[in-house]
Design a protein around this ligand. Structure first.
Ligand code: DGL
Length: 269
């Protein structure tokens, strides 16, 4: 048993899609979340900068005495997960392996689409992982750089959102039977994405898939929370407006949460 919290990091609000799944599957566990909305999107940034920012988020979570860190961000997973995992002595999980395995499990015709940020797509990390597990798969990647700004500004219900998703996904429509939402922000646009791709296309939520791995590791290392009652004490932090973060979070999670602002200078220390 280990009653310390689990740390989650993302460039902004996207990791909330992973947190919702944790709250559903492992309701006893406590969460410390840091979202770097002041510097989102990470996806178009150079790898070195994403690496530096990711380490700042990791170090912030370590000051909160976490027992495990979940990279609730595909972009940070693509760039920095391996090196962070090798340096820390607590388990560090990413979202790319679980998303890849779930896509292989889901596809019937072997044609898998991946949508993600420019960094995630250009890094080729998904096709590499999928082909290393199952070499016959055909994987088509597509960067959708306009999606994250729509989600960060809480405009998922706008007509602009519909137009952008429709135009961005056009190259993949009719080409795949499984589509990996390879950015944790994208499940917030899921109804529009499903509508554009068609009801027969299976959407894979990489973040939600990774909670199964969290559960396996908690059991394996015997570090589950020992809670017997349900009063959990989650802590959410953002580098941008706590109000904006809270609006999106409360709507998405369906529960009241407390959100605190962290100055970037404090994060750098
Ligand atoms: N949510 C992130 C991901 O899964 C990154 C979005 C961004 O900041 O570009 O890739």
């Amino acid at each position: 048993m280990d009653n310390r919290p689990i740390g989650f990091l993302d460039s902004g609000v996207g990791g909330l899609t992973v947190v919702r799944e944790l709250m559903r599957q492992l309701p006893h566990e406590e969460i410390v979340y840091i979202g770097d909305s002041a510097r989102a999107p990470y996806g178009p940034r150079p790898a070195e900068q994403i690496r530096e920012y990711t380490w700042e988020l990791v170090n912030f979570l370590l000051t909160k005495n976490v027992k495990m860190i979940v990279f609730a961000c595909n972009t940070a997973t693509a760039v920095a997960w391996k090196e962070v995992k090798e340096k820390l002595d607590i388990p560090v999980l990413g979202v790319i392996l679980p998303g890849s395995s779930a896509a292989i499990k889901s596809t019937r015709n072997g044609k898998i689409g991946i949508i993600g940020t420019p960094m995630t797509i250009n890094s080729e990390v998904y096709p590499e992982k999928i082909k290393s597990l199952s070499p016959k798969m055909e994987v088509s990647g597509l960067a959708c750089p306009k999606f994250v700004p729509i989600v960060e500004s809480n405009e998922m219900g706008s007509s602009v959102a519909k137009k952008v998703v429709y135009e961005s996904l056009a190259p993949l429509v009719g080409k795949v039977d499984t589509l990996v939402l390879g950015c944790t922000h994208y499940p917030l646009l899921r109804p529009i994405i499903q509508n554009v791709m068609g009801a027969n296309v299976k959407l894979i939520d990489s973040g939600a898939e990774c909670i199964r791995d969290v559960s396996v590791l908690l059991n394996y290392f015997e570090i589950n929370h020992s809670r017997t009652e349900h009063a959990v004490d989650h802590h959410f932090y953002t580098t941008a407006s706590s109000q904006r973060f809270k609006e999106i979070a409360v709507n998405w999670l369906g529960t009241e949460i407390d959100v605190q602002h962290v100055d970037l200078e404090k994060l750098n220390k």
